[in-house]
Design a protein around this ligand. Structure first.
Ligand SMILES: [Zn+2]
Length: 220
């Protein structure tokens, strides 16, 4: 899943308006921000096998620290607690952020083939509902989620200036172009190459902070 994770982050702005969109992106994509770092460090492993699923050729061989259910729960608790503690935010804000972090695992489990471990053990049971075996199904679910999240974010905030509009809509266009390239472009030459390009996810977090700084929360 790609734009679906951003959808959750965008939509969550309505629940926790004081939290920047950049922080919400970090929460919703925490697993995919950590994953390329762990792959490059040699801790987790990914391969490329064209035809493995209809949508992605990525073979997630070993990724328990970024993508197991147990790790998702731990990352969620740590992220929510760290934000609430560092920013002196209400516990409710921390709880919403924890849910956004955990949502990553749930959405990935919907799309991945059964390659998502429950624990960090190499022998762990693996789950996945394989939505990636349907191209129209994947696109429909992700775009519906993205549309809903974007609608919630644009209702919860308004542009303070021209950049407030431009930064948001250029981000939306960029995400959709990257998504289309992932769906219809050639497979990456190697798992390592996929991990290096996935590092660009960190730029999207920065983009989220930029957007949010030029938009004001609308009281609803
Ligand atoms: Zn993921």
């Amino acid at each position: 899943m790609f734009v679906g994770h951003f959808a959750v982050a965008l939509g969550a702005k309505r629940a926790v308006p004081a939290v920047s969109l950049g922080t919400l992106f970090m929460a919703g994509q925490l697993a995919d921000l950590v994953w390329p770092v762990l792959v490059i460090a040699g801790v987790e492993r990914v391969g490329v096998q064209p035809g493995l699923t209809i949508v992605t050729p990525l073979d997630f061989i070993y990724y328990p620290f970024s993508h197991s259910l147990l790790a998702a729960a731990a990352w969620a608790l740590a992220f929510g607690a760290a934000y609430a503690g560092l920013r002196h935010a209400p516990a409710r804000t921390g709880a919403v952020l924890a849910i956004v972090v955990a949502s990553h695992w749930a959405l990935d489990a919907l799309t991945h083939r059964p390659d998502m471990p429950l624990t960090v053990s190499a022998e762990s049971a693996r789950v996945g509902l394989s939505l990636w075996n349907s191209l129209p199904g994947t696109i429909a679910v992700e775009l519906l989620l993205f549309g809903a999240g974007l609608w919630l974010y644009t209702r919860a905030t308004k542009a303070l200036d021209r950049i407030g509009r431009l930064s948001l809509w250029s981000l939306v266009a960029f995400l959709l172009v990257v998504y289309a390239a992932n769906l219809f472009g050639p497979p990456p030459p190697s798992g390592m190459a996929a991990a290096w390009s996935a590092l660009a996810m960190w730029l999207l977090v920065a983009w989220g902070y930029w957007v949010d700084r030029h938009r004001a929360v609308v009281r609803v």
